[in-house]
Write a protein that binds this ligand. Structure first.
Ligand code: SF4
Ligand code: SF4
Length: 86
C-alpha cells in the first residue's frame, strides 16, 4: 500500500518525506545535524523528533532517491494561515 507523504512546517519552510521511496541506504542518517533520522524495522526512514529539525535540507541533498524535499512556503500562502496539506 502506498503511504502518504509526511509534511512538516516551520515558519516559511516545509519538509516533505516520501517514506515509500526510501531504500534504506543509510546515506542521510549520519548527515543530519540534529541526529533525528533512523530506519524502522522495514528499513525505511523515520524522522524521530521533528521538533529538533532545523530544516536545513541536508537530508534532501544527501538522498539519491528524492525522499526528502525542502521547500519555501510562498508568502501569500502563509498569509492565508500556513500550508495546505491534502
Ligand atoms: S532538514 Fe536537516 S535537521 Fe531536518 S531532518 Fe533533514 S538533515 Fe535533519
Ligand atoms: S538517503 Fe534516502 S534512501 Fe537512503 S536511507 Fe536516507 S531517505 Fe532512505
Amino acid at each position: 500500500m502506498t503511504e502518504k507523504a509526511l509534511q512538516f512546517t516551520q515558519r516559511d519552510r516545509m519538509l516533505t518525506v516520501q517514506r515509500d521511496w526510501c531504500k534504506g541506504c543509510n546515506l542521510c542518517i549520519g548527515s543530519c545535524p540534529a541526529g533525528i533520522l533512523s530506519l524502522d524495522d522495514g528499513e525505511r526512514i523515520v524522522v524521530e523528533d521533528i521538533e529538533r529539525c532545523i530544516f536545513c535540507g541536508v537530508c534532501a541533498a544527501r538522498c539519491p532517491d528524492f525522499v526528502f524535499t525542502l521547500a519555501r512556503i510562498p508568502e501569500a500562502q502563509m498569509a492565508m494561515g500556513g500550508s495546505q496539506c491534502d
